[in-house]
Design a protein around this ligand. Sequence first.
Ligand SMILES: [Fe+2]
Length: 311
Amino acid sequence: MALAGVLFLVAAACHTPAKLQTDTGKPGDVLRIWAHSDIQPVDEKEFFHYETAIDDVVRNLPRIDLALIAGDIVYAKKDADRFYRWFLDTRAKARIPYWFEIAGNHEARDLGAYQRNIGKPLHYAVTVDNILIIMMSDEKRTPQSEISQATFEWWKGLVAANQDKILITVTHACLAGSGLASALFPTMRLASSGRFERALKEHPVDLWISGHNHLTSSIISKFSRPSAFPHTLFVEVASIHLTALSGIESYIFEFRDGSTDCLVLTRDHQSARFRPFREMTHRLRVPYRKGDGTPEILLPARHGMRGGVEP
Ligand SMILES: [Fe+2]
């Protein structure tokens, strides 16, 4: 993204407060999603990165309804089972009732270990209230997110058939046409993005969540709403892995009953604060309708979900 675009997004975000709606509103009216990615500790010495984030959630963000992880939970194939067990034990402390994950390029090094430990298919959809979340994993061990044509067709069918719902897509790399700075780098893009972009112009989604690029929000913008896709806010939720160029960051998405506004906040877990001027209010195509908040995983062939065939 050009510098002017980054500055515009920062300026456009200035009017929204860096605090949760539930601070002033009725908690029962709100659905809160915690999205993060790129945990991938290289060794035990890096465990504190994710543990810092979980501690912050436990102390300061107690009312999260569900968590989305946009890939790269572990770093290497070696000892993957041990690192997955650490991840599962650590996240349990947050007491978030529902977790949904995809495999990133690091999981793709050993998809058997990923599925054995996470216990979900590579691609699946989740319904919660009137929100449909479509989760698509990396299928190959390449820096780009490679998604098969069959999986693409499944996504396309779901998106076309569920335009009456709030739609969220989750992939590890970003769409080439997302307008995110990451899209400038071939290794950060979704392979064969053009097919998704053509479909998206006809049948938009409200939010597209990705990870993969660890650069902190202090360096590049993590939000984009390009003119080609005016209904879609692209949010890059990486990373929660700490380096010289990345903080321990994640994102909160808030939906309020009856409202078309979705509030997206950037959380800095090291300071236990939301980053000022790094939030967006995105206008959803349909208002959020609070239901019982119980998510259901749906696989099309088994559950008769509208649209597509199971990849
Ligand atoms: Fe990655």
